[in-house]
Every structure is written in C-alpha cells, then in structure tokens.
Design a binder for this molecule. Structure first.
Ligand SMILES: [Fe+2]
Ligand SMILES: [Fe+2]
Length: 279
C-alpha cells in the first residue's frame, strides 16, 4: 500500500476531535497525580464528584477480574488497592464502552474476558501488580474500536475480508489500512498518556517477541487473548485461532500443562463476569 494513503488513513483515525472523549475529570485527576501537594484523598474526591463515572468504576473494580470481588466500597479504597494507573485504564474503558458495544458485537466481552485471563495468569505467575496486567488486557483491542468509530466503511471492508479470504482480523486490517490495531493502540496509549508497560502490552500483544521493555506484559496479554479465544468468550472479530507464540510461553516460563490449570480456573470466572454490564 502506498505510504501517502497509509498516512492519510492514520490521520483520519487520529482525528482527535472525533476520538471518544474521556471524562473531564480525568484531566483534573492527572494534574492532581502529577502535583506533589495533592493526596490520594484529593484524587478520590475529584473522581467521586462524577457520580455516574464513579458508579461504573466501582462496578468494575468489584468484579472478580481484579481480585477483590465485592470488597471495594469507595473510590479512595479502589485507588489504594489498585493504584492510579489501573483506575485510569478503567475510566478509559468505561468511556469507550458505548462505542464498543455499538460498533463491534462481542468485543466488550472479549476485552473483559482477556482482562480476566491476564489477571489470573499474572497472579498464577506471581507477577508484581497483577491488576496492571488485567487493565492491559481490558484495553488491548481498543484500536479496533477507534478505527471502527472513525472509519465505519473500513470496518465493513475488514470484516468482509476476514470472511472471504479466511484470514485473521489483524491481517485484514493490514491489507485494508496498511497497519493493524496494535499500531493504533500505540498512538492511543500515547494520546491518553497510559503508562509505558500498558502501552507496550497494547502495542505488542500480537508479536510479543518484539517487546523489549516490558516483555512479560506483552506475553501475558498475548496468552490471555489466546485463552479467551479458546473459550470463545465474546468475539475479537476473528473466526480462527491465531498461533500461540512460543517465545511468550518461554518469557513467562509456562507450559501448556500450566495453562490448562489456568483454563479450569477461568471457566468459572467467565461465568461470574458474564453479567458485568456498564450501560
Ligand atoms: Fe488484538
Ligand atoms: Fe484480542
């Protein structure tokens, strides 16, 4: 594909004025986080002032995904337990929720399922801050939604190509747009100022081999994405299963037998999250 066409498509996707808007409170909170004078309480109060948003955040953090089901009573408590990066990622996902459910059927469930699988893997492997892996999983396919919202015709072309050529969604994106949602993810993560570990996971989950800064994050999301597809929980837009990266397994030092234990655990968790609806 010609470079200038690719650049044009990139420009259309990144039309900032049309990107899903994030709640105003997020800017305010980011400033508070960066200021040495503000306390956790100030940050929590700023979020709590937006009551609709707070209710959605509390619903998410109390789901089994984050490891504290039904035990978080306030935004402040959520911030203490999960940290600001996780809360920020959750706020972004709730802001995109409506777009996601309207444009790509099953992608919200796929994202929640991936978040669940990533959290379970991270805990099983005793990785530090497992909640950050959950949020990486929650946001991993955001680029698909943003492309679909900005360029609805392109979404149709991609979906048709997946069916007619029997190829993976990522391949079809590359053929139609010149790049995949992994690249869009990297731009979005920069635009929304997500932390570098979550950014790398979002940008490298389809080729974890190329992750150099946070290889475990990319590998966990890669495997989590694979597992949620094995269960056919939700839909990633694909009809077929992608290949599981051997490098991802070796980075995490897991075998297929270990993953079977994760899968037993996940089959129960998927039942529990299946009614998590933010609308
Ligand atoms: Fe993906
Ligand atoms: Fe995915």
């Amino acid at each position: 594909m010609a470079e200038d066409l690719k650049t044009e498509i990139k420009g259309m996707i990144l039309q900032v004025k049309d990107l899903p808007t994030l709640p105003a409170v997020l800017d305010e909170v980011t400033k508070l986080v960066e200021s040495p004078d503000s306390s956790g309480e100030d940050i929590a109060k700023a979020i709590a002032r937006d009551q609709v948003l707070s209710a959605k955040v509390l619903k998410m953090v109390n789901s089994p995904i984050y490891g504290f089901p039904g035990r978080i009573g306030s935004i402040q408590h959520a911030l203490v337990l999960l940290g600001f990066n996780v809360i920020r990622g959750i706020i972004i996902s709730t802001s995109v929720f409506d777009y996601m459910t309207a444009t790509m059927k099953g992608l919200w469930e796929h994202s929640l399922g991936c978040a669940t699988a990533c959290g379970a893997l991270a805990r099983q492997l005793k990785l530090k801050d497992p909640e950050e892996y959950s949020v990486g999983g929650l946001l991993h396919d955001l680029g698909k939604v943003v492309a679909a919202v900005q360029l609805p015709d392109i979404l149709k072309d991609i979906e048709t190509m997946v069916k007619e050529k029997d190829i993976l969604y990522l391949e079809a994106e590359k053929q139609v747009m010149g790049f995949g949602h992994d690249r869009i993810n990297a731009w979005l993560a920069g635009h929304w100022r997500l932390p570098p570990n979550i950014k790398e996971g979002m940008a490298k989950h389809h080729n974890p081999e190329s992750a150099d800064l946070y290889p475990q994050m990319a590998a966990v999301i890669h495997v989590g994405d694979f597992l949620v597809r094995v269960f056919e929980y939700g839909s990633s837009g694909d009809d077929q299963l992608p290949t599981l990266s051997k490098k991802a397994l070796s980075v995490l030092k897991v075998t297929m037998a270990d993953l079977e234990a994760t899968m037993d655990f996940l089959s129960e968790q998927f039942m529990e999250i299946s009614d998590l609806d933010l609308s």
